[in-house]
Write a protein that binds this ligand. Structure first.
Ligand code: SAM
Length: 458
């Protein structure tokens, strides 16, 4: 049957709920339309942007009657800026929607009629919570400036004067770099033309230590007075580590080799009473306060007594493993990023933790070797990227058959799929799951899940 709508058609729709990813869901005689910028309860006019056999996509052109949970967004750049999606949805409604999305993923993808889902943990602070921001340079008539990509645009950057997700320090530093770039008459890189010089600015803040790391990314060549830039950055007492990277490829990346312009190689952050060294390319959860809550739930689910061998897979800089090491016999971590593993090893030393070891490698390939070296684990913690456990990593994990798996996930849809495979192929049952909102005003939601083996592998 043909779809009942066509591209560019204007529709009047009522938004029922938010789908995972942030679009409103409406139905037109049963046919599903995903509506960008539609919030629950809204009556909207929307233009169809894409039509598929089973559903269509549309963009709100006018809110005819606002839903009862709409609020005023405080940020002057909202909704043009691509950083936040829901500043105009009451926070209670945001967390309720995220909780429902996790439940829906377990039901639909995980095949669990009644998932053992516990109430979502809301964020402590709904603004100013990020400890890392990556800005892009763009060229305006009066010179280069800094901001974020416009919502839905990879090719256009919006100048930002005040971002509500960072701190006063973060805003002041970014604006100072903007004025410096103008004063130096430098030119922003143009992605389409692949010309120009200034590309990105990355700012990381140890929120519990007050230490900041700054990384400037340019095209190839030293076209600025580094001493002057160092002097400017040293004007901010928080800045402890100043790096410069050159990127001569068209790819918009910041994960690059860095040259230390001034200060320490790394900064420190404190989480759960432990100190962590953070280098420019190492992974650190971007909401420090909620990372502590997330790790607290992972510790509770791991239920260690001091006798256990624990694996920390996708360990990053060792934050989860070192948190657990205090209550375990041994901890063994794997991460593909050598820079993160170098930090994890330093972090063990920094905290006088001697029962944790970390190795660089791809989990799918390195897990077997680790198993040979460490023996059977009692608890395996996994914290993979959004794609979840890749086929080989999941198979190896299932074959190792640890009694208990604690799965920390940033994507409920891949979590639910992995839970289903661990149940169907390896006899694991989902016992508990707790969503955590680390990223207010965005569609992202974390979830910690506890799985235990109820039967021998099939
Ligand atoms: C979501 S982060 C979790 C890091 C850490 N557990 C934390 O809480 O800070 C995912 C980590 O997986 C690592 N990673 C991605 N793919 C991997 C793979 N195939 N094998 C091992 N590590 C991988 C990344 O380098 C990153 O540090």
């Amino acid at each position: 049957m043909a779809a009942p709508v066509r591209r560019d058609q204007e529709l009047e729709l009522t938004i029922d709920r938010l789908a995972y990813g942030g679009n409103g869901v409406a139905r037109l005689n049963g046919f599903v339309v995903f509506v960008r910028r539609g919030l629950p309860g809204d009556r909207v006019r929307a233009r169809v942007t894409k039509v598929q056999r089973r559903h269509a996509e549309a963009l709100v052109t006018e809110v005819l009657e606002p839903g009862s949970q709409r609020v005023d967004a405080p940020c002057a750049h909202y909704p043009a800026c691509g950083g936040c999606r829901f500043q105009d949805l009451a926070y209670d409604a945001q967390v309720a929607a995220k909780h429902d999305q996790v439940a829906d993923a377990f039901q639909r993808i995980g095949g669990l009629a009644a998932p053992p889902l516990e109430p979502i943990v809301p964020a402590d602070d709904v603004f100013h919570y990020r400890n890392k921001l990556e800005y892009s340079f763009t060229q305006l008539e009066d010179g280069p400036t800094l901001g974020f990509h416009k919502a839905g645009r990879w090719d256009e950057v919006l100048e930002v004067e005040k971002c509500w997700l960072t701190t006063d320090f973060g805003n002041a530093l970014r604006n100072a770099v903007r004025e410096w770039a103008k004063g130096e008459r430098l030119v922003a890189y143009d992605q389409a033309e692949q010309t120009g010089y200034l590309r990105h600015l990355v700012v990381r803040e140890g929120r519990n230590t007050g230490q900041a790391l700054v990384q400037l990314v340019t095209a190839r060549g030293e076209k600025f007075d580094t001493a002057h830039f160092v002097e400017l950055m040293r004007g901010f007492p928080e800045v402890r580590s100043l790096h410069w990277s050159e990127n001569d490829s068209p790819a918009e990346v910041t994960n690059l080799p860095t040259k230390l312009l001034w200060g320490e190689e790394a900064i420190e952050e404190e989480l759960g009473g432990l100190r962590f060294r953070v280098r420019p390319n190492a992974f650190l959860q971007t909401n420090t306060a909620m990372a502590e809550r997330l790790y607290g739930i992972a510790s509770e689910f791991a239920a260690l007594t001091g006798e256990e061998t624990v694996y920390d897979l996708y360990c990053g800089i060792g934050t989860i493993g070192l948190t657990l090491a205090r209550s375990a016999l041994t901890v063994w971590g794997i991460d593909v990023s050598e820079e993160s593993v170098a930090c994890a090893l330093e972090n063990a030393d920094l905290n006088d933790i001697t029962n944790a070891a970390f190795f660089a490698g791809n989990v799918g390939q390195a897990l077997e070797e680790l198993h040979g070296r460490s023996g059977d684990p009692d608890v395996v913690v996994v914290d993979p990227p959004r794609a979840g456990l890749a086929g080989k990593a999941l198979r190896r994990l299932g074959e190792i058959a640890a009694p208990r798996i604690v799965y920390v996930s940033c994507n409920p849809t891949t979590l639910a799929g992995d839970v289903k495979r661990l149940r169907d192929d390896y006899g694991y049952e989902l016992l508990r799951a707790r969503p955590v909102d680390m990223f207010p005003h965005t569609p992202h939601v974390e979830c910690v899940a506890l799985l235990e083996r109820s039967q021998a592998p099939v």
